[in-house]
Design a protein around this ligand. Structure first.
Ligand SMILES: C[S@@+](CC[C@H](N)C(=O)[O-])C[C@H]1O[C@@H](n2cnc3c(N)ncnc32)[C@H](O)[C@@H]1O
Length: 448
């Protein structure tokens, strides 16, 4: 197959594939991007373009010169936009709204010089103004996706307590003009209400876990989250003797960790196989002091579980119907081992809804109904990923926030970055598709 993407070798390709990276310097970050999206040996020599502060532009240009890449000459093959200095100057909501409108116009104008099927990358960070958390990177991502094809995002992990940078990637291609944002346009308006309190800010905003090898029964489940993730959240968002709930319990990770940390543990699970694994695991760690109860059935019937009021909810839903997508390397590997690749074939399994809008709606309706049983001021953490399917990005995390925002306040956003997965060379030689190794951990609070 002809290598249509920069003629990169596997060795040059692979290091860029992870959807998160650690920030060292702006120079390193620019260098990584220039090396991946341009190559001097290509004929004609690629042209790169930068937009940001003048000192950073000099740095970027020097890096292009070092790699024998042309800078700012006519039509270009890669554009890098660094907005991180500009976000620092935003002090009021009004300023921020007009800044976003202006940036979207400027970027689309600026990108008229970008050649067909070439990438544009935007570096940005979410901000806090007067204790309000504004995920402006999501808004810029949604708005630019109306003009370009949204291809990817990378989390740039900075020092502890520093808000990570997000590197957004778009491509100008045959689909670009056709794109309409999949996520709702009301995201931005609703974001005005987001509050962040200083105590919660101290909770980590990105983390890497080293999960223990999964036991024989736990491997049966295709997408279990790690015990350490649950304990990290239980320690911040709940206290001893609290009632913790997970409407989609899987193998019971939420309940097992809750019991271990002295909480009562409740949940629902649809699959009889996972339900019995969860019950067995709870039975092994339970004590007389704390109660547990996992209802076997559809989460939409959670009321049949006769649960007490919940103090804290932590959960992870099916990531749409992605487990039904055949061909993924992980799926093939599980099949080979005789393990099931999806949760179930049950029509009530939300992971079997093939229409994205219906899936999203059903999930949001379920979460809103559960809220009725969450105490006022209680927290609700959802672990999700933005989804890539057939070359298209579905911003599941952003869409969930939009859908829940009228009922809950988004208090905290963290990225769980997985560093223990094998990299796959998706799109090699054709186009860039990262290995999505980051999940959004979204924590909401029920208003009093
Ligand atoms: C991402 S997994 C949760 C994994 C779990 N956190 C763990 O660590 O094992 C999602 C779970 O939702 C369950 N599920 C899907 N649709 C459901 C429904 N309508 N009601 C209850 N559970 C459902 C699936 O069987 C699956 O176990």
């Amino acid at each position: 197959m002809k290598n249509k993407f920069n003629d990169l070798t596997g060795k040059e390709w692979l290091p860029f594939q992870k959807s998160f990276t650690h920030f060292t310097t702006f120079g390193d970050l620019y260098q990584e991007n220039i090396s991946f999206f341009t190559k001097a040996s290509i004929d004609p020599i690629p042209v790169a373009l930068f937009w940001g502060s003048s000192s950073k532009e000099i740095l970027f240009q020097t890096l292009c010169d070092k790699q024998n890449i042309l800078y700012n000459e006519g039509e270009c093959d890669f554009i890098y936009i660094d907005l991180t200095d500009e976000t620092l100057t935003l002090e009021t909501l009004q300023q921020m709204n007009s800044w976003i409108n202006m940036k979207v116009c400027q970027i689309t104008e600026f990108s008229k010089r970008l050649n067909h099927r070439k990438f544009i990358s935007v570096l940005i960070n979410n901000i806090i103004i007067d204790q309000y958390y504004y995920p402006i990177s999501w808004e810029i991502s949604n708005r630019l996706s109306q003009h370009f094809t949204r291809k990817d995002e990378k989390i740039i992990c900075r020092k502890k307590n520093q808000e990570p940078f997000i590197n957004l990637y778009f491509r100008k291609d045959e689909d670009s003009a056709l794109n309409t944002a999949i996520s709702s346009s009301d995201l931005w308006d609703s974001m005005r209400e987001l509050t962040t309190f200083s105590s919660i800010r101290s909770h980590q905003n990105w983390f890497i876990l080293k999960p223990k090898p999964r036991k024989k029964d736990e491997i049966l489940h295709p997408a279990k989250y790690p015990e350490d993730l649950v304990s990290l959240y239980l320690n911040t968002f709940s206290k001893k003797d609290d009632n913790v709930f997970d409407p989609m319990s899987g193998t019971g990770t939420t309940q097992v960790e809750s019991l271990k940390l002295g909480r009562n543990a409740y949940g629902v699970e649809l699959s009889s196989i996972f339900h019995s694994i969860a019950e067995n695991r709870c039975a092994q760690v339970s004590s007389k002091e704390h109660i547990w109860n996992i209802f076997h059935g559809d989460a939409r019937n959670w009321e049949k579980g006769n649960f007490p009021i919940f103090d804290y909810i932590i959960t992870s839903p099916p990531y749409w119907d992605m487990l039904n997508m055949q061909g993924a390397e992980n799926q093939a590997l599980r099949k080979k081992k005789g393990l099931q690749t999806n949760y179930s074939n049950d029509s009530n399994d939300l992971g079997n809804i093939d229409n994205y809008a219906s899936f999203l709606k059903d999930l949001i309706v379920l979460y809103i109904s559960i809220l009725g049983n969450l105490k006022d001021g209680g927290y609700f953490t959802i672990v999700v990923k933005n989804i890539k399917k057939k070359g298209k990005i579905y911003p599941f995390a952003f869409d969930l926030v939009s859908g829940l925002n009228s009922r809950l306040i988004l208090e905290h956003v963290a990225y769980w970055c997985q560093d223990d997965l094998r990299l796959a060379p998706y799109g090699f030689g054709n186009t860039w598709v990262s290995n999505t190794f980051h999940h959004y951990c979204l924590t909401f609070r029920k208003e009093i």
